[in-house]
Design a protein around this ligand. Structure first.
Ligand code: VGL
Ligand code: ZN
Length: 208
C-alpha cells in the first residue's frame, strides 16, 4: 500500500470523455484498467466529475456563431469552447461503468456554476473560486497527490498544477492519462507542470 499521506486523484473518467462520448478523448477508455489497478494500492482516493448545467458558458452552443474549439474571452480570461458535455444527470456525465474504485471516498464535482468553467479539481477557471478539495486533503493530512485520468492537457494538467501550488508533492502517471492535444496543448501542459515541480512518472516508477 502506498503510504497514508498520499492520495490518488482520479480526474473526470466520464463517458463523455471516452470513445462514443460528446467530447471523446482518443483512447480515453484505456485509462480505466490502469486506474482500477492503481486504486487497489491507495488508501485515499478522490474522484473529480465534470458537472455542467445545460447551457453552460463553456459550451459553443451557448455562443451564437461560435463552434467547438473556438476561443472566446470570458471575464476571467480566454476560454476554449467545447461541445456540450458532462451535463448534470445525463449518461455522458456518469463515470465509466467499468471504472472500479469501490474504496474511493470523495467525489468533487466541478464546473457547475453557469458562468465559470473548471478544469482544475481545486480552483475554478476564474482562479478564485475553490472547490473545497484543497481543504479536504489538508484536513486529511495528505502531503502527496498522484493525479490520473482525462484529459492530460486540460483537467489533469490544471489539477496537478494546483496540487503543486497547494504545496503537495505531485506526480502524474502518464499511462493513466490520455490527452485532447489541441494546438500543442499537450507539450505545453507537460512543460508547465514540470515548471511547477510536478513529476511525470510511469506506473513502474511509483513508490511501492
Ligand atoms: C475537460 C474540457 C472541458 C477535461 C473538461 O476533463 O479535461 N476538458 N471540460
Ligand atoms: Zn467541462
Amino acid at each position: 500500500m502506498i503510504d497514508a499521506s498520499t492520495a490518488l486523484i482520479v480526474v473526470d473518467v466520464q463517458n463523455d470523455f471516452c470513445p462514443g462520448g460528446s467530447l471523446a478523448v482518443a483512447k480515453g477508455d484505456e485509462v480505466v484498467p490502469v486506474i482500477n489497478a492503481l486504486g487497489k494500492r491507495f488508501s485515499t482516493i478522490v474522484m473529480t466529475q465534470d458537472w455542467h448545467p445545460a447551457g453552460h458558458s463553456s459550451f459553443a452552443s451557448s455562443h451564437p456563431g461560435k463552434k467547438p474549439f473556438d476561443l472566446v474571452e470570458m471575464p476571467y480570461g480566454a476560454q476554449v469552447l467545447w461541445p456540450d458535455h458532462c451535463i448534470q444527470g445525463t449518461k455522458g456525465a456518469e463515470f465509466r461503468a467499468d471504472l472500479d474504485l469501490p474504496t474511493a471516498q470523495a467525489i468533487i464535482r466541478k464546473g457547475y456554476r453557469p458562468q465559470i468553467d473548471s478544469y482544475s479539481g481545486f480552483i475554478e477557471a476564474d482562479r478564485r473560486t475553490p472547490t473545497g478539495l484543497g481543504g479536504y486533503l489538508r484536513e486529511r493530512g495528505i502531503l502527496r497527490a498522484v493525479v490520473v485520468g482525462l484529459a492530460t492537457d486540460f483537467c489533469v494538467n490544471w489539477t496537478a498544477q494546483d496540487a503543486a501550488k497547494a504545496g503537495l508533492e505531485t506526480l502524474v502517471v502518464e499511462e493513466a492519462c490520455r490527452a485532447i492535444d489541441l494546438n500543442g496543448s499537450l507539450a505545453k501542459a507537460w512543460a508547465d507542470m514540470a515548471a511547477l515541480g510536478v513529476k511525470r512518472v510511469t506506473v513502474a516508477g511509483l513508490p511501492g
